[in-house]
Design a protein around this ligand. Structure first.
Ligand SMILES: Nc1nc2c(ncn2[C@@H]2O[C@H](COP(=O)(O)OP(=O)(O)OP(=O)(O)O)[C@@H](O)[C@H]2O)c(=O)[nH]1
Ligand SMILES: [Mg+2]
Length: 415
């Protein structure tokens, strides 16, 4: 594995330099803004620094180059993270710049954790030897001495345990480690293992299309999901970005007629944003509202939160989707809270799968420090995560999903 940094005026320029030198197989691992070296830096000139990785096989052949499409998709993932949501919603800020911590610091953290574990084990066995010398020596006599685990094996076990601590499903953590196992030799450096696993995990989160403008007419975007996960708040955040920063024409509809307060909540946001708002009671009304807003760029539709076990409500949602499909190009988002139990998330994801092809939005990242469910649900549903939200502030507490940042968290210990 080659890991190298390239700089350029833009991310594209830095990536082009990387590809020129290392080929198309490079995988982008990090993007950040840096000050230009020398005098220019003093005057605040900024550059974009891209850290790329390239896999090599033993003969020095470029494996990644042969796997160019896959590696390229990783580059796209990175690009999507630094891009704003579609319609180039620049309102959300360049989240890739938030990744200040380098891969190195993650490695240091893991290595120090490994050392701590070893020290603890050493102390324990010393203690045992002191307490039960006879038993310890009997044990030693019984078992022929096993070869010491290699540093690499210990490191992989540590990464595996860290993933489990972050609530990655054992099944997926095993897959990731096993994938790596095959490719790694006993004597590869630890930073190779870390970079490799980091890259493989990023590849598992494929690029989300995000919210794309329609080819013709307005793009209707429906938000669905369980009660209280933050659907209405998320719509307000997204609508805020598109109207204020992107100057797009946005209209808001709510099909949530179960609670008066629910409609009022969205109406309030619509008033603040000075965008039209309408309550739709039936699928037909949704269709005619869409026709009325035919010269708008985006129509965001809020829906009533309900239990995924409620078949009747799921049928109503299906009817709404069918009407919307007749009236415009549409996309659906399933909004899930990162703080929901894993098993429940899977059931919810599955039941909504029956009625729509959705992208995911994870809310309430601020309410949990274990992000394993993002990877678990992503892999289970084989869809993609478009946005994450991390607080109640409208419109600020939202960003496009950033796989690099999440993978770093999944490989980080909480201590
Ligand atoms: N901590 C935290 N709270 C959030 C986040 N997103 C939304 N909330 C809060 O969650 C609560 C429910 O949000 P709503 O937007 O009303 O949720 P909903 O999914 O529309 O709820 P229903 O319409 O009742 O199904 C509110 O208090 C929000 O402020 C988030 O990312 N983090
Ligand atoms: Mg709501």
């Amino acid at each position: 594995m080659i890991i190298k940094k390239f700089t350029g005026k833009t991310e594209e320029e830095a990536l082009a330099a990387a590809k020129k030198e290392l080929g198309n197989g490079v995988v982008v691992m990090n993007v950040r803004t840096v000050k230009k070296k020398g005098l220019a830096g003093l005057f605040g000139a900024k550059q974009t620094e891209v850290t790329v990785a390239l896999e090599e096989d033993r003969e020095g052949l470029n494996v990644a180059r042969r796997e160019a499409p896959r590696a390229e998709s990783a580059a796209n993932v990175q690009r999507s993270a630094s891009e704003r949501p579609q319609a180039n919603g620049s309102f959300l800020g360049d989240s890739s710049q938030n990744i200040e911590k380098k891969l190195d610091s993650l490695q240091n953290l893991l290595v120090s954790r490994l050392k701590q574990e070893e020290d603890a084990r050493g102390e324990q066995s010393e203690k045992r030897d002191e307490e039960e010398p006879a038993a310890a020596s009997a044990e030693a006599a019984k078992e022929p001495e096993k070869p010491e685990n290699t540093e690499q094996e210990k490191f992989m076990r540590l990464l595996y345990n860290t993933m489990l601590e972050n609530e990655v499903d054992e099944k997926y953590a095993n897959q990731i480690i096993n994938d790596l196992d095959k490719g790694s030799k006993a004597d590869v450096p630890i930073d190779y293992i870390l970079a490799n696993i980091y890259q493989k995990m990023i590849l598992k989160f494929n690029k989300a299309p995000g919210i794309a403008p329609a080819e013709k007419g307005p793009r209707v975007v429906l938000f669905m999901g369980p009660t209280g996960v933050g659907k209405t708040t998320t719509i307000a955040k997204i609508a805020g970005g598109f109207t204020v920063d992107e100057k797009k024409k946005v209209a808001l509809l709510t099909a949530d007629t179960y609670r008066i307060a629910a409609a009022e909540q969205l109406r309030t946001y619509a008033n603040i944003l000075e965008v039209p708002f309408r309550v739709v009671y039936t699928p037909e009304e949704a269709e005619s509202a869409i026709a009325d807003f035919s010269d708008f760029d985006f129509i965001f539709v809020d829906t009533a939160g309900h239990s995924h076990q409620n078949e009747e409500q799921l049928d109503q949602m299906k009817a709404l989707l069918e009407s919307v499909a007749k009236a415009a190009e549409y996309q659906t988002f399933l909004v899930l809270s990162a703080a929901t139990k894993y098993k429940d998330l899977l059931k919810i994801a599955e039941s909504y799968r029956k009625i729509a092809d959705y992208q995911l939005i994870f809310t309430k990242l601020d309410e949990t420090d274990a992000l394993g469910n993002l990877l678990n649900v992503k892999l289970y549903t084989d869809t993609s995560i478009a946005f994450v939200t991390y607080g109640q502030n409208v419109p600020d507490d939202i960003e496009p999903f950033n796989p690099q940042k999440t993978v770093k968290q999944l490989l980080s210990t909480k201590h």
